[in-house]
Structures are given as C-alpha cells and as structure tokens.
Design a protein around this ligand. Structure first.
Ligand code: 0GY
Length: 305
C-alpha cells in the first residue's frame, strides 16, 4: 500500500494487532513497557532514506492508548532503524507523554553536545547500537566507542541489538563499553538449541562476568518456533522461549526488563496480540517479587531515577 505521503510499506509487512485483548494478568502498579517504538507518521516524520524497511505508521497516540489498555503506567520508546539517527518522532512522543515516556535514541558520531543535551531534556536516557546485519550497516567499533564516551557523562546507557551467532566476535567489544549495557531480546538466542547449551551459556556468562550488562527478556513472538500456542493446543504462549527468559529473570532478577516491542517490526508470518504477550509474563517471572522487579523496580531505576 502506498500512503498519501508516498511511503510504500515493505511487501508482506504485517500491521500491528488492531484490537488487542485485555490481559488476564494484572500488571503491578507502576509497570513499564520498556521496549516499544513509534513509526512516523511518515507525513510528519519521514522515514530515513537509508532505511532497510518501510513500516506502517505507528503513531504515539496509538502507543499511548495501548499502554492504557494493557495497564502499563509508562513506556520506554526505542529509536527504530527506519528513522535512522533522526530522532524527531521519538522526541515528539516523549514530549507528548507528560513524563510517562523515556527514550533510547540513535546518534551519529558527529552529534553535538547541544543536541545530546536537548535529547536528554526530552527524556532520552540511552543510545542504541545495532549489529543486526539485515537492519544496519556496519559501523567501526572505534566510532561506537567514541559515541559511548560522549554519552557516558550524561548517565546514559547503551542498548545493543545483535544475534546470538555474532556474540563470540562482539563479546570483547561489549566488555569494553564504559556504561551500563542493555541487550535487546536476550541477544536473540536460537530457541531450538538448549537454554543451558553453549550458545546461551555464553550470553549468561556475559551477564555474570559483567555486572553492567542487563537484558530485555522480550520478543518471544520473534524468537518462538512453536508460536503463540503450545503444540498441544494448550493456551500457554510461546513456550519454547520460556526457559531462556526464565533463566535470566531468575539468575539476574535486578537486571532484566520487559516490553511489548509494539508495533513489532519485520514479523513475516505472525503478528502477536499484545494482550496475550502480557499474559506470557507470569511464565517467565513466576512470583510477585520477580514480576515487580522486572516490570516496576528495574525500569524505574534505569529510566526515572
Ligand atoms: C525490534 C526488532 C527489530 C527491528 C528494529 O530498529 C529496528 O528496526 O529494532 C527487528 O527487525 O528484529 O526490536 O524492534
């Protein structure tokens, strides 16, 4: 479909779930959706000329309505690659949130101190480095380290997105980063492999050896091979991802975050019901104490201190 503004969605692009269910799991007061995005609208905030995909518009008003529908108090909005290092849509959403959203921006090496200060004033608390090859072009590590040194004095952290097979070559670079480091989607494990096997053990080792590394236990819908229902039809969502997320929540209860990933970019076959995603949480954080840390204490400590 071509929008009036001339942006044509990537073929096969799945729009976000139009009518999400109301979760049966009641989120604790103060819960934060700590990974979500805004896209455009393209007519107001054009997509980056360097983007690898063109999404549907997913504006702030829809995100805030979803927040209220699901029972979250606040959002952490993460700059997506389709907006490149133009953070205007993000900043617009942060300013409209009345303090109920913080942001993670993408910045280029030539960002000025004044621009960083303006982002901070709008509510940005981190920057994102993307190592997923289908989403971002390679940036030399020394350039990223320069950015890291620039944002460190602001108290920001670095969000990193990569796939599990690339962790061996990225491990030492991550270990040199001078800030807190937050990993998207558990470093995208291959969930057909064992959750206590060598691949995921390396990720657990990264978090064990480096106490500045946190993880989002997000995106079961992106990682799952079994899908939203277990193979026997039982209504327990994304069960093949549960052992991975639960291992992190139970091993590092003070360094995990959860978010919806709305509007779920680049899913090709299955668009999750966001209400069902919230109902997945008790499977990976089975006690009220773990749920409170995951959903309330940890994100508030990181983004609203
Ligand atoms: C996510 C996942 C994806 C996309 C992006 O910035 C992005 O474009 O993060 C993906 O395609 O796996 O977390 O939104």
């Amino acid at each position: 479909m071509t929008t009036a503004e001339g942006f044509t969605k990537t073929p096969g692009w799945l729009d976000f779930y139009a009518d999400p269910s109301r979760p049966r799991f009641r989120l604790p007061a103060g819960a934060v959706d700590a990974h979500c995005h805004v896209f455009g609208p393209g007519a107001v905030f054009p997509y980056s000329p360097q983007r690898k995909y063109t999404p549907c518009d997913a504006p702030k008003e829809t995100l805030f309505a979803l927040r209220d529908h699901l029972g979250f108090e606040k959002n952490v909005i993460v700059q997506a690659t389709c907006h490149g290092t133009d953070n205007r849509a993000l900043v617009d959403a942060l300013k409209a949130s009345n303090g109920r959203a913080r942001g993670v921006a993408s910045v280029s090496p030539d960002v000025t101190d004044a621009e960083l200060q303006a982002l901070h004033a709008a509510g940005v608390r981190g920057t994102r480095f993307n190592f997923v090859k289908r989403l971002a072009d390679f940036t030399p590590h020394d350039v990223l380290l320069d950015i890291a040194r620039r944002i460190a004095p602001l108290g920001w952290h670095i969000v990193v997105y990569f796939e599990a097979q690339d962790l061996p070559e990225l491990y030492d670079f991550f270990a040199t980063l001078p800030t807190l480091v937050v990993v998207d989607h558990m470093g995208r494990p291959d969930v057909t492999k064992p959750s206590d096997g060598p691949e995921f053990n390396l990720f657990v080792r990264l978090m064990s050896e480096h106490k500045n590394v946190w993880s989002k236990v997000t995106c079961p819908e992106r990682l799952s091979k079994t899908g939203p229902f277990a193979l026997n039809g039982e209504q327990r969502a994304y069960q093949d991802v549960v052992p991975f997320a639960r291992r992190l929540v139970e091993t590092f209860p003070d360094r995990v975050l959860w978010g919806t990933d709305w509007p779920h970019p680049n899913l090709k076959t299955h668009m999750p019901d966001d209400g069902l995603l919230v109902d997945y949480i008790p499977q990976i954080a089975p006690t009220a104490e773990l749920q409170h840390k995951l959903l309330v204490e940890n994100p508030n400590r990181l983004y609203w201190r």
